[in-house]
Each structure stands twice: as C-alpha cells, then as structure tokens.
Design a protein around this ligand. Structure first.
Ligand SMILES: Nc1ncnc2c1ncn2[C@@H]1O[C@H](COP(=O)(O)OP(=O)(O)OP(=O)(O)O)[C@@H](O)[C@H]1O
Length: 314
C-alpha cells in the first residue's frame, strides 16, 4: 500500500483548471520532487494533499484513509501531513522557544534532537521577529517536524535564501528525512535541488503531470522541450546533424552529451557564440547554422568567435 494515493484530482481556480486530473502513489519514505512552470498547479496540488484546498473531484488517501478537505472538517489540515508554504509567516513577538513549545507533540529529548538537526538551538531564546529569512525557515520546518508528520510537503523551501542559508536548509531537509523517516514532496524551481535529492521527479504543466521518473530518467529522456527546459540546459538539434538514428527527428541533448573534438568526418563545425563562466566549468553556446548547442567545458580553451568541432557522446 502506498503512503499517499492521489486519485484523479481536479481543481478549478477562477477560470483556470489549476489541477486537471492528477493521480499518483507515493511509497513510504519516498522523496518526490516537483518542477513546473509558474502557474502549472504545483501549489494547488500540494494544498489539496495537505487538506487546505477542497478538490472539485477526485480523492486523496493517506495511510488508507481519505484526506478531508476544508469543507469536510472544522480545522483544515491533516495531523500526519506537514505543509510548509512558500509564503509562510512566523507569528511576530513570540519567544522562539514558546512558539515551538505550543506545537510540540514529542518528548523534550526528541524535540531537542530536531532543534539540533534544524540548527536552531542557538535561536531558541530569540524573538520571532529577530531572525533572518533562513533562520525563520528552519524554525518553521522544526515546528512542523515536532508535530511528528509522516509526510512533509515543502513548497519552494529554498527560494529567497542566499547560497549559505540554502545549503544549510538543504542539509537540514536531508538530515530530517534520514533521522525521522519522513517522506517528502518538495517543489523547487532549481533543477539542482531536485536532481540530487529526489527519488522520483514529477514535471507539471497546465495542471497535469506530463512526465515522472527517476532523476536520471527525466533528465536524460525529457518527453518534450518544455520538460527538458525544466531540469536545466539542453540543445534541441536535428538528428540528421550528427547522423544519428533516432525515432525522433529532433534530439534533446544535455550539455555533457556533446564534446569538443578535432576536425573529423563525423564532427560538426560550429562557431562559439558565448562562453558562460560558472567557476568550476564553463557552458559554451555554439551556433551551427540556425541551431544552438550548449556544452560543458572544464577550463577555458576557446573564446567567442572561434570555430570549433563538436561530437556526440551518447
Ligand atoms: N485563488 C485563486 N484564484 C484564481 N486563480 C488562482 C488562484 N490560485 C491559483 N490560481 C490559478 O491557478 C493556476 C495554478 O496556480 P498555482 O499557484 O497552483 O501554480 P504554481 O505552479 O504553484 O505556480 P508558482 O510556481 O508561481 O507558485 C494559476 O493559473 C493561478 O493563476
């Protein structure tokens, strides 16, 4: 039995079919990552799963029991499901310690383990308005964890964080999953957050899941250009360019699937249009007639305007 079963849910928001027939099963301890363009229905889906938005049709079952919507019960939400909104607010003027104590369902010892995993021990004697954005986010996460949820739903938990705070928050989420056997659904606009973390990735468009699979499956075999673009840079090239046999006329290639080479019969001649320096590597943008190719280069050996030769490495 799945931990969570979502069965053909629909939700209209205004004139939009915000969620337009979504079904999936989440296994216990599975980490699901969701990517989708803005307005594709991610938040609406998450809020329905958490019991905060009433579906127009369809049902969700959590541990075999129907998740009730806000029309079905007085206090919306599900005790086994924690939901951290991208627009969460901590109530002002509380001592962090008191604020957390109100939600705590665990022993003092267990709670303090969570505070330590969330790296907030040193913040317990502060007031809730005396915190940075990243600190607030970790406290909001700790507050959810001490309600002992089996499923944590995180809606863009890393947005609005600087590189350091983001790294801390990612570590905390990773550690929380390991230590407390929590299952997760996480939305992020940054492919790197999902690719390195998720067991399963869902790609959403116009209220539907258009592709799902492991990180490698969806990264390397996107169903279309939109799906490719959600998980990072790609080149869309005519299969004939590399004399490649393919069921598709258009190949969707990731930057590591192309390499610079010497002039050979198979190599494709290209002009360097741009060198995007990324610190550890550069992403080159090359032009072949009207096609644009992107490839990764470690160490800068070419400049804008150079003629280079490219081969396929798949
Ligand atoms: N309260 C509302 N009233 C009217 N339309 C809404 C409402 N909430 C959401 N929508 C619409 O439903 C669609 C899905 O919105 P949703 O917030 O679920 O998308 P999202 O994928 O989470 O977007 P983002 O990445 O920007 O957060 C959008 O077209 C949005 O404009």
């Amino acid at each position: 039995m799945g931990l969570l079963e979502v069965r053909n849910v629909f939700k209209k928001e205004g004139e939009t079919d915000a969620v337009n027939g979504i079904s999936f099963v989440q296994k216990p301890f599975e980490k699901i990552g969701i990517a989708g363009e803005t307005g594709s229905g991610k938040t609406t889906l998450l809020k329905m799963i958490a019991g905060f938005v009433q579906p127009d049709a369809g049902e969700m079952y959590f541990k075999g029991q129907k998740v009730l919507g806000p029309f079905d019960q007085l206090i919306p939400g599900h005790p086994g499901i924690g939901y951290l909104s991208q627009h969460f607010e901590l109530r002002n003027n509380y001592w962090v310690n008191d604020f957390l104590e109100m939600a705590n369902k665990l022993s003092e010892e267990e709670a303090s383990r969570i505070f330590s995993v969330c790296e907030i021990d040193h913040l317990l004697r502060r007031r809730t308005h005396q915190l940075s954005g990243g600190e607030k986010q970790r406290i909001a996460l700790a507050r959810l964890l001490i309600t002992s949820p089996s499923l944590l739903i995180l809606d863009e938990p890393f947005s609005n964080l600087d590189v350091m705070h983001k790294a801390t928050m990612k570590r905390v989420v990773e550690e929380a999953g390991k230590q407390f056997n929590t299952s997760f659904i996480l939305v992020s606009h940054d492919p790197a957050d999902l690719l390195s973390w998720a067991d399963t990735i869902f790609l959403m468009q116009a209220g539907k899941i258009i592709q799902q699979g492991s990180a490698a499956e969806v990264y390397l075999n996107p169903v279309n250009e939109y799906a490719a673009g959600l998980l990072g840079e790609y080149s869309s090239v005519d299969a004939a360019l590399f004399k490649k046999e393919s069921d598709r006329s258009e190949l969707l290639l990731r930057p590591h699937q192309l390499q610079l080479t010497t002039k050979t019969d198979d190599a494709v001649e290209a002009i360097v249009e741009m060198v995007n320096y990324r610190g550890s590597h550069s992403v080159l943008q090359l032009a072949v007639n009207k096609e644009r190719l992107f490839l990764v280069q470690v160490g800068i050996s070419v400049q804008k305007g150079d003629t280079v030769y490219v081969k396929l490495v798949v």
